[in-house]
Each structure stands twice: as C-alpha cells, then as structure tokens.
Write a protein that binds this ligand. Structure first.
Ligand code: NAD
Length: 239
C-alpha cells in the first residue's frame, strides 16, 4: 500500500495538508482529544468560548498564557519539517487548525491558520492586532482604546475569518492529493475540507494513530504518527 501511495504523491501537482493538534503532539503540545488530550484535564468548553471569556476573562487569559508558554518552549518536530521540505519539490499548502505557529517555524511558506494564532492578540472592540514578543503577566491586558484584549484565536461558536476560509476552500478544491493528519475531524467547518478535495477527485490520505469519524471516507488511512509517516513521504522525493 505504501508504494502505491508513494507513487501517487510523487506524481502529484498540488498537495494540501489539513493539520490539527496531533501533528504538534510530538513537539510536546497536548491535543484536545485523543489519548492524553487536554479535554481530559480541563473542560475546554468552559475556556475556549466567547461566553467563557466574558464570564471570566482573567481565567481564560491565564489558560492561554500557560499554553503559550508551552508553545514558545516547544520546537517543530520531523512532521512539521517534512511538510516544509515537501514544499521544495511540489506545490504545498497547509490548512491548519493549529494556533501554535510551528508549521511556519519549521519553514512552511504557505500556511493558512484557520483558527487564528495564540501568538497574536486583538482588541474585543477596535481593529487593533499585535504579535506577542514577550510573555504576558497574568493581568487583564487592556487596549489603548480602553477595551479588553483577547487572544486572536477562533473560539467554539465563532466564525472563521471569511477571507482565510474562502482561500482554504479554493486550495482544497484544486489539490490532487490531500493529506489529513493530527486531526479528529470533529470540528466544523475544517472537517468539510476533505469533501471539497474529493469533489476534485483528489486522493485522501489520513495519517493518525487512531481512527477518526471520517476514516471510512479516506482512500488510505495510515495508523502512524505524523512525524514517522511524513518523514517517510519526504524521503520519496529525495531519492
Ligand atoms: P483534536 O485534539 O480534536 O484531535 C487530535 C487528533 O490527533 C486525534 O485524532 C489524535 O488521534 C491525533 N493524534 C495524536 N497524536 C498524533 C500524532 N503523533 N500524529 C498524528 N496524529 C495524532 O485536534 P483537532 O482536530 O485539531 O481539534 C480541533 C481544535 O484543537 C482546533 O480548534 C485547534 O485550534 C485546537 N488545538 C490546537 C492545538 C495546537 O495549536 N497545537 C493544541 C490543542 C488544541
């Protein structure tokens, strides 16, 4: 099976990756779901929603500050690096649900962050946005306009940035191979991207140690970690 997949990948013109928290698991960043996921330790619905933020903004800020510290300390792993290297051989676009910036730190140039970035903050009212360079202390950050700032991430129940989403659909609809890795595919609308790819007769390859709700819709499901499987894929191009 691997040979067949390898041949198709080597002949592909455009590969779109759909990635999720699992690709960063081997960098030490916990996932939400799956074995040892964050869901098991916190009630994320109490933290990653706009209602939670307005009810207790300090608690939500503390949680994001803590996660950001872990993310700043983490390094991209061979899975992130393999995707960046593939971009040298073929047109590669990464559509990520991750907010950790590790694809870009590994060198991927074409990354659309569907759920925003933990490294940016924005105002809850005005258009102010800024990248965080240093750790924030655990007090409520306030914008120059006087309103509270928030992480520039998409919370459950919020809409995606419409421009980013429109481009994500265009890329998904144009690829001939889509590689879906590190995602449980339960979060909408990101989990509809494989459907757009399938409409273009793209080959769908899932890389995930565990089954997902869409495993049966895949052309191939590789039960491996993303670091292992993607390193194998990139070696096909080197030879
Ligand atoms: P998820 O937590 O729902 O699912 C993670 C998936 O990754 C599971 O299916 C699991 O089996 C798989 N997985 C675990 N280890 C893996 C590995 N080594 N290689 C390949 N797959 C592995 O993740 P999701 O689908 O991205 O969930 C959506 C939400 O989680 C997104 O909104 C995202 O913003 C948020 N999130 C992001 C980060 C991050 O930026 N690193 C971390 C946690 C959660």
């Amino acid at each position: 099976m691997f040979k067949e997949v390898a041949k198709k990948i080597k002949n592909s013109k455009k590969i779109v990756f759909v990635t999720g928290a699992g690709i960063s698991q081997e960098s030490g960043i916990p996932t939400f779901r799956g074995k040892d996921g964050l869901w098991r330790k916190y009630d994320v619905m109490q933290l990653a929603t706009i209602n939670a933020f307005y009810e207790n903004p300090l608690l939500v800020w503390e949680w994001y500050n803590e996660r950001r510290k872990g993310i700043f300390a983490a390094k991209p792993n061979p899975g992130h690096y393999a995707i960046a290297e593939l971009g040298k051989y073929v047109d590669v676009v990464v559509l990520t649900q991750n907010i950790d910036g590790l694809h870009q730190r590994a060198g991927s140039l074409n990354v659309l962050e569907l759920h925003g970035s933990i490294i940016r903050i924005k105002c809850t009212v005005c258009n102010f946005k800024e990248e965080i360079k240093n750790e924030l202390n655990d007090v409520l950050p306030i914008c120059k306009c006087g309103n509270i700032l928030r992480p520039d991430v998409v919370w459950f129940g919020e809409s995606l940035d419409q421009d980013i989403w429109k481009h994500a659909i265009i890329h998904a609809s144009q690829c001939d191979v889509m590689i879906i890795t590190g995602t449980s595919l339960v979060v909408s609308p990101a989990n509809t991207l494989p459907i757009y790819a399938k409409q273009n007769n793209a080959m769908l390859i899932e890389i995930n140690p565990e089954k997902t709700v869409m495993s049966l819709n895949m052309d191939y499901s590789l039960r491996k970690s993303s670091a292992v499987a993607l390193s194998e894929f990139v070696s096909i191009f080197r030879n």
